[in-house]
Design a protein around this ligand. Structure first.
Ligand SMILES: NC(=O)c1ccc[n+]([C@@H]2O[C@H](COP(=O)([O-])OP(=O)(O)OC[C@H]3O[C@@H](n4cnc5c(N)ncnc54)[C@H](O)[C@@H]3O)[C@@H](O)[C@H]2O)c1
Length: 427
């Protein structure tokens, strides 16, 4: 009986490659089903020394074995007897195939390359040639900020990101921007069809695998756990986790029933806890071999996390509470170089939550007479826009600027960045 988590080993391997090149990689793996020859140039590691009595693996020891074997491989002779890789100032040859053995028996192959398409090709062709790519001139970690958003986008290029609630609204805007900036994005949503449709549109537009749909219910721990397992099975790891999925059920504290209160809290508050927990477990694993690599958990919070929202207490309470989680997670996870921050957007009037012609808040507010004297949707919209010093609603681009800032800023954690056009100011 063998209980070794071979997918988890992909994350340890990914960390090692990131650590030595300060650049993101994708790792795919296959378990050995039939006898397979070890390709020349493969990097061979035996993990037997990391096995516990119960047939599980001690990841700290496994990471140590990988680190030591890699150092030997790079600068001396590979454990499998392969010649040393060449190391020069600008060029490093990295192994692109790792063979994992257990007690001398081959168990799994891991393939490494820049993106999902090239790593898939390598795996299919069993191409284990050394990676000769020139290292990026300036590493992403020492990136000098540019003057516009296009420069900013560099901070996510080739990184692997996950966006919950990514099928529509703010989530969709975030997914599209990340893909446009060169990231590989997992679209994790309860709405499977919506996520699939968006991924298809993006991949067709960019002629590469830039987006992958995955179904999840963020309020269900089993579902969230499976989500992160799928990410690791597909790409070997993760760099950015954006917890965006959220729901609204407005209601007076005097009238709202417990089920509605719980529904909102389960998704917005507990859902954030679950997503952050499983992202952090994955990031910690990667950290074992990539200690200098910074990873990000970002919650899309709300201006209602910074000030109360009349007759919308379940929503506002969950958002306020989430900022407590952000700050507390940040304190704990700093040890693993995981930053935890939030973005607090103002109202996204052009998104479906407000503008959906049947269920949107504008229609609802018009019907219920929430805005005195409003005769049409435009009146309701004008009423809300007038509350904002900058006289317009928040957009996906506004939120993206904050996300790029958070990722780029290496010296900040536990913060909430308001993006409200001046509607919510310093307290
Ligand atoms: N729209 C706004 O004006 C506004 C303002 C500030 C903050 N926000 C926040 O931005 C985030 C996105 O809001 P939006 O307006 O884009 O919402 P939206 O309703 O347009 O989209 C939410 C997405 O989340 C998905 N989702 C819902 N429940 C889920 C669950 N249990 N598991 C996984 N996915 C689930 C939905 O299928 C949908 O694709 C939310 O956290 C919200 O609180 C929105």
């Amino acid at each position: 009986m063998e209980l070794i988590d071979y997918a988890g080993i992909a994350t340890i391997i990914r960390g090692l490659w990131i650590n030595t090149s300060v650049y993101p990689w994708v790792v795919m793996y296959s378990l050995l089903e039939q006898a397979e020859e070890i390709p020349p140039d493969a990097f061979i590691v035996d993990i037997v020394a990391a096995l516990r009595n119960d047939h599980t693996i001690d990841e700290d020891i496994a990471a140590k074995i990988f680190r030591e074997a890699y150092t030997a491989w790079k600068f001396e002779i590979a454990p499998g007897g392969v010649e040393a890789a060449v190391k020069t100032e600008t060029m490093r040859k990295q192994p692109s195939c790792v063979v994992v053995k257990n007690n001398d028996e081959i168990k799994a192959f891991y393939w490494i390359d820049r993106n999902l398409d090239s790593v898939g090709k390598r795996m299919k062709e069993k191409n284990a040639s050394l990676l000769e790519e020139k290292l990026p001139h300036a590493s992403i970690m020492n990136y000098v900020p540019g003057v516009n958003a296009a420069h900013r986008a560099e901070v996510v290029k080739n990184k692997i990101a996950l966006v919950t609630g990514g099928a529509q609204g703010f989530g969709k805007e975030i997914v599209q921007s990340l893909a446009e900036s060169g990231a590989l994005v997992f679209i994790a949503d309860l709405n499977k069809e919506g996520a699939e449709k968006l991924a298809k549109t993006i991949n067709t537009a960019y002629k590469r695998t830039a987006a992958i749909p995955l179904e999840v219910d963020v309020s269900n721990e089993g579902s969230v756990q499976r989500l992160f397992e799928s990410v690791v099975e597909t790409a070997g790891g993760l760099d950015i986790c954006i917890s965006n999925a959220g729901v609204v059920k407005a209601g007076s504290v005097l009238e709202q029933n417990l089920d509605d209160f719980k529904f909102v809290t389960d998704v917005n508050y507990t859902g954030f806890f679950l997503v952050a927990k499983h992202a952090a477990l994955l990031f910690r694993r990667q950290h074992r071999t990539a200690p200098a690599w910074k990873t990000d958990i970002i919650q899309i919070n709300s201006k209602s996390g910074l000030e109360g929202s009349n007759k919308n207490s379940a929503y506002s309470g969950g958002k306020f509470g989430s900022l407590g989680l952000v700050a507390s997670f940040a304190l704990e996870l700093v040890e693993y170089n995981i930053k935890v921050n939030a973005v607090c957007p103002g109202n996204f009037f052009d998104g479906p939550l407000w503008s959906d012609p049947e269920q949107g808040l504008f229609v609802q507010y018009l019907k219920t007479g929430k805005v005195p004297g409003a005769k049409q949707i435009a009146d309701v919209k004008a009423y809300y826009e007038a509350k904002i010093p900058m006289k317009r609603g928040c957009t996906g681009v506004d939120v993206m600027w904050a996300i790029y800032y958070i990722i780029e800023q290496a010296y900040e954690t536990g913060q909430a960045v308001p993006v409200t056009g001046g509607q919510v100011m310093l307290h």
